[in-house]
Design a protein around this ligand. Structure first.
Ligand SMILES: [Zn+2]
Length: 83
């Protein structure tokens, strides 16, 4: 179910999924398992590998440093978190 007036940048989800595929290839685990571990959160190995491979693939997007998953839309959102 998606919320009206609630939009995601499709590009963000494509970027995140590409990195999850990189992780799956590197660890030689199925993509679905990596996706599950990533979206359930709190998996330190996957999270740190995600950012390492994200910046390798998208060096020009080094301002982005936060990611979350919208289960309603099955979309990923990338943001810049400023503490
Ligand atoms: Zn959403």
């Amino acid at each position: 179910m998606s919320v009206p007036g609630h939009k995601h940048q499709k590009q963000h989800s494509k970027m995140v999924r590409a990195v999850l595929r990189d992780i799956a290839n590197q660890l030689q685990h199925p993509y679905q398992e990596i996706h599950h571990r990533f979206t359930q959160g709190d998996d330190d190995q996957i999270t740190s590998l995600f950012w390492e491979l994200f910046y390798k693939r998208y060096a020009e997007h080094d301002a982005l440093n936060d990611v979350y998953y919208c289960p309603g839309c099955r979309s990923f959102i990338l943001e810049t978190y400023v503490p």
